[in-house]
Design a protein around this ligand. Sequence first.
Ligand code: SAM
Length: 279
Amino acid sequence: MLSYRHSFHAGNHADVLKHTVLTLILTALKQKEKGFFYLDTHAGVGRYSLFSAEAEKTGEYIEGIARLWERDDLPEEVSLYIAELKKINKGKLRFYAGSPLLAVQQLRPQDRALLTELHPNDYPLLRNEFARQRNVVTKRENGFQQLKSALPPKEKRGLILIDPPYELKEDYELVVKGIEEGYKRFATGVYAIWYPVVLRQHTKRIVKGLQATGIRKILQIELAVRPDSDQRGMTASGMIVINPPWQLEAQMKKILPYLTEILVPEGTGSWDVSWITPE
Ligand code: SAM
């Protein structure tokens, strides 16, 4: 059953963190001339109207991207991400670019993308968004399956974004299994896994599962808007990055104090960057 629709959440604080990290990794990959492969296992639709009934119902973007939109003091690392959003907005913030659109905008002719999405309503929107793009393939297939079938990429360089909805608790296990499968085939790839903190014990299942794989070089980046709680709702979100570009740790330590202050003016926020397993 697929009930999750990202249109209710596009541009919220979790997207800001995820897409800032995504942009920094892509920027690092582009420092080498050689082309790379971008795999987005759970792509969503790519482009979201922030004036849709869904976005207006939750208003989540108002406490996310809207808090950064008019700032004139953005750190350079954050402005790279905002610059990508400015490409699809003329002045006023109307649209939000999901991970596939943000990433595809940043690809060069020598790079290539595979975007998978299962939802019967969202997949056609994704396919239409990229129908004219030469170096982009979309498929209505299971994203976890791609970690076996699409890896290793012929380029031998790549970024894999794994961003499941976690509406089914099995997603927490599938992420770890998927990483094991992918890493077996492509150990030098950069893997970025998004996770929510709703109940901390679920998040710990991913961390413990990854520790048990024996994979090295796993960085965890987290931004909390509130302390952990056993009540309903997401209190924090994070990105776990395997084989992160060498600059990423320092970049995130530099910008997370800024992001936390701007995204959580109530003062209840916190952040952390630490190694699940070092090199
Ligand atoms: N990555 C997107 C972004 O950052 O803009 C958001 C993705 S959203 C959190 C998760 C998406 O995964 C939903 O659109 C959902 O329909 C889709 N989905 C759920 N299970 C899937 C699966 N097994 N394979 C591919 N897509 C799936």
